[in-house]
Design a protein around this ligand. Structure first.
Ligand SMILES: Cc1cc2nc3c(=O)[nH]c(=O)nc-3n(C[C@H](O)[C@H](O)[C@H](O)COP(=O)(O)O)c2cc1C
Length: 229
């Protein structure tokens, strides 16, 4: 039975997914060569997390056991979240902040550095539902300064206790320097918030400029997560 489900997940995710909950995804860094892309340095966004034409993606059902919670500034992590949603049929909750990060990379970098130094993380603009129905939580984020990006830090710091007992599956996009200490940060924040009995899958790490090429990798990882659930 599990084998059949896995096969389906893999076939589903072979389709090119450029929408999430019926909304188009714009990812600014896709297709850029390594030289142009400079590990994500300079990547613009449209100044709205993630697209001005978007409603935040909150796709919640009463029966799903898996939930994808993600933040994305310039679209790549959102694209991976869409591939994952197609492969797993999980519910989706996008993190948005009250004051979105600038479309300008350097302004974003300055703000992110200040927030990190002062540990003053951005206020979220969403109502988080009761998470009791979910057994697996996927956490998706871009890497900032070799660690979690701040909206995810804020989410975990505020709602971490609700993740008690859940299987945590971290996924991220980054500029080519890897996962940094982001997984350790998730573990430390959850412990600090009093969440207990969490298990962790291995993380999924994808280069932001190749987020559209990761469908097979996403499907393989989703199967790994499912096998641990
Ligand atoms: C403020 C900021 C800091 C970043 N720091 C890093 C870093 O330390 N290491 C890295 O590999 N990429 C870094 N990046 C690049 C992003 O992780 C990468 O472009 C990611 O794919 C963006 O995801 P998104 O499109 O979902 O926002 C940084 C990007 C920003 C905006």
């Amino acid at each position: 039975m599990k084998g059949v489900k896995r096969m389906k997940a893999s076939q589903e995710s072979q389709k090119k997914v450029t929408q999430l909950a019926g909304q188009p995804i714009k990812a600014f860094q896709l297709g850029r060569s390594a030289r142009e892309w400079q590990h994500g340095y300079g990547t613009p966004s449209d100044g709205a997390d993630t697209n001005q034409q978007h409603q935040p993606t909150w796709q919640l059902t009463p029966t799903a056991k898996q939930l994808i919670i993600y933040f994305s500034r310039s679209g790549s992590t959102e694209l991976v979240a869409s591939q994952l949603a197609a492969a797993t049929q999980a519910d989706v909750l996008e993190l948005v902040v009250k004051r979105p990060y600038s479309g300008n990379y350097l302004e974003t970098l300055r703000r992110a550095n200040t927030e990190r130094e002062t540990e003053d993380y951005p206020e979220l603009a969403l109502r988080v539902p009761d998470l009791a129905q979910y057994t697996t939580i996927y956490l998706g984020y871009p890497i900032w300064a070799m660690t979690l990006s701040h909206p995810m830090t804020e989410f975990l710091t505020t709602y971490g206790r609700q993740l008690t007992g859940k299987l945590i599956a971290p996924f991220m996009t980054e500029g080519g320097y890897g996962q940094g200490d982001s997984v350790e940060r998730i573990q430390a924040i959850l412990r600090g918030q009093g969440a207990r009995n969490n298990r962790y899958t291995r993380p999924l790490v994808i280069d932001g400029n190749r987020a559209d090429q990761g469908t097979q990798q996403v499907a393989t990882w989703a199967n790994h997560v499912e096998a641990m659930a």
